[in-house]
Ligand binder design. Structure first.
Ligand code: TAP
Length: 487
């Protein structure tokens, strides 16, 4: 498959294909569950297929963990909590975390290619964002492991025990790192369930963890669908539940965990406002808008999916944005020139198409650059809706795709009111030359993260998390450790 420029043919330079080789990756025909430090067949005897969403080619058959497997994984984590990992001093845990971080760096190309194959994201993103940030997360938390007594949680903070962790498909390796690194650094043991459509990098990470020599059972990785996730979070042997995913499933989990005494953190959806004032450097803002919503095909919980433009510059910004979008290249995720890869699954594509149809039906104006979509696989062109009002479905619901809804405002007060008019509260962006206005806005926006003159910046030292329907608890930084420590 070759990448297709979204520009009109003949009006720009053509790029030669620049595919990353997939030779570096060996995909097994069949994968088992990682329990107690080894790969074991599922008691259920069942497997499911994971696909390459860019081609619909089956990649591998992956174990479906049933209730007996969840039991076994939780028992193995409990044993490690009581007998090995949970008893190690922080300085010893740190060594293992450093080892995992170094191994991710050493195998970075392999992780990146495998991530792009299983998820559909462009190789330049898996190579330059997902994998380095995953390694950074382990490095960062390795540094904390022997300093927890000085972190303001009391002189000898204790782990909670067994963490049941469920993650989504949009950043499969990175979300695994976000969950495992802080849990392990604080002395907890883990049972992690990756998303059904993207299990492969978590299983490669399992191999890395086994090679790093962690005590058996410190990390268990069980693959499966939503029923496996529900079995894990509902298991009585789990002390802490950490979930990243949709608000809908987050609410179900909160109900299931209520009254059990389990600790819970939820990282859920978002509908972030990216606010551009008339004094903003427009070219920079346009790059930030593109990064905000078209990075990772818009499959980003903190995506800047609502663009709020100050009325006096709205036409100029939209005009430049459209010109910029016409230069994006959509196609083969393994091509190093590709900007927009495949949508991760058929159900997600259906969801995007449904919400876009609702946007048109409600009267917003839909625009996409000229764009030829590959014949096979799941694809959606970069799309901009203008003339959007706050009551439109596309202004309220999370689309989780490469679709931007554009609204306008006149005053900073109106921008704040519109930005906060959402049940979510994960992130926001501000583009302005005035530092005082950034501070004024940041104090009023109800969002866990506010970026100023940039967007989608992540750092393991910086806590990330939401308000309202975007969940509670933080991941990253000192605040992220709190979710894994008891009194
Ligand atoms: P979900 O459908 O919620 O799935 C997330 C994970 O939960 C998957 O592993 C899923 O398994 C599992 N699951 C499904 N039903 C479950 C249940 N009843 N009990 C326990 N686990 C269950 O979300 P998704 O479609 O994978 O991800 C997209 C959503 O995640 C978006 O809304 C996005 O905003 C959010 N997200 C949030 C963040 C942060 S940090 N706030 C980060 C990334 C994504 P299957 O894969 O088998 O369905």
């Amino acid at each position: 498959m070759t990448s297709v420029s979204t520009t009109t043919p003949g009006t720009d330079w053509e790029y030669a294909p620049s595919p990353e080789s997939r030779e570096i990756v060996t995909i097994q025909r069949e994968y088992n569950l990682f329990i107690g430090g080894e790969f074991v067949p599922p008691a259920s005897g069942e497997h499911f297929t994971t696909l390459n969403p860019a081609t619909e080619e089956p990649l591998a058959s992956v174990a479906q963990a049933g209730p007996a497997d969840v039991d076994r994984a939780v028992a193995s984590a409990r044993k490690a909590s009581e007998a090995s990992w949970g008893r190690l001093p922080g300085r010893e845990r740190a060594k293992y975390l450093y080892r995992i971080a170094r191994a991710i760096q050493e195998r970075a190309r392999e992780f990146a290619v495998l991530e792009s194959l299983d998820n559909g994201k462009p190789i330049k993103e898996s190579r330059d964002v997902d994998v380095p940030l995953a390694a950074a997360h382990f490095f960062y938390h390795a540094g904390w492991a022997d300093k927890l007594g000085y972190a303001g949680f009391g002189p000898d903070p204790r782990p909670l025990g067994v963490a049941g962790q469920v993650i989504p498909w949009n950043f499969p390796l990175l979300m695994a790192a976000w969950k495992l690194a802080p849990a392990l650094a604080t002395g907890n043991t883990c049972v992690l369930k990756p998303a059904e459509t993207t299990p492969l990098t978590a299983l490669l990470l399992a191999r890395v963890i086994a090679e790093a020599g962690l005590p058996p059972g410190a990390v268990n990785i069980i693959t499966g669908d939503g029923s496996t996730g529900a079995g894990l979070v509902g298991h009585p042997g789990v002390d802490k539940v950490a979930f990243t995913g949709s608000t809908e499933v987050g609410k179900e989990i909160q109900a299931a965990v209520a009254g059990t005494g389990k600790r819970l953190t939820l990282e859920l959806g978002g509908k972030a406002a990216n606010v551009v004032f008339d004094d903003a450097p427009i070219d920079q803002a346009v790059e930030g808008i593109v990064n905000g919503i078209f990075f990772n095909q818009g499959h980003v919980c903190c995506a800047g999916s609502r663009l709020l433009l100050q009325e006096s510059v709205a036409d100029a910004v939209l005009d430049r944005l459209k010109r910029r979008l016409a230069t994006l290249r959509l196609g083969d995720p393994l091509d190093k020139n590709t900007d927009i890869g495949a949508i991760n699954s058929r159900p997600q594509l259906d969801k995007i198409e449904g919400l876009v149809a609702a946007g048109e039906a409600e009267g917003a104006q839909r625009w996409s650059p000229p764009c030829q979509l590959p014949a096979r696989g799941y694809w959606f062109p970069p799309t901009v809706f203008s003339g959007v009002s706050q009551s439109h479905k596309i202004a309220r619901e999370e689309i989780f795709g490469p679709v931007l809804s554009v609204l306008t405002f006149r005053t900073p007060e109106e921008a704040v009111a519109k930005a906060n008019n959402t049940p979510y509260g994960l992130s926001a962006g501000i583009w302005t030359e005035k530092g005082s206005r950034i501070l004024w806005m940041a104090g009023r926006l109800r969002a866990g993260v506010v970026w100023a003159n940039t967007y989608n910046r992540f750092d393991p030292a910086s806590p990330f998390g939401g308000y309202q329907e975007s969940g509670f608890g933080r991941e990253g930084g000192r605040a992220g450790l709190a979710g894994y420590l008891g009194a």
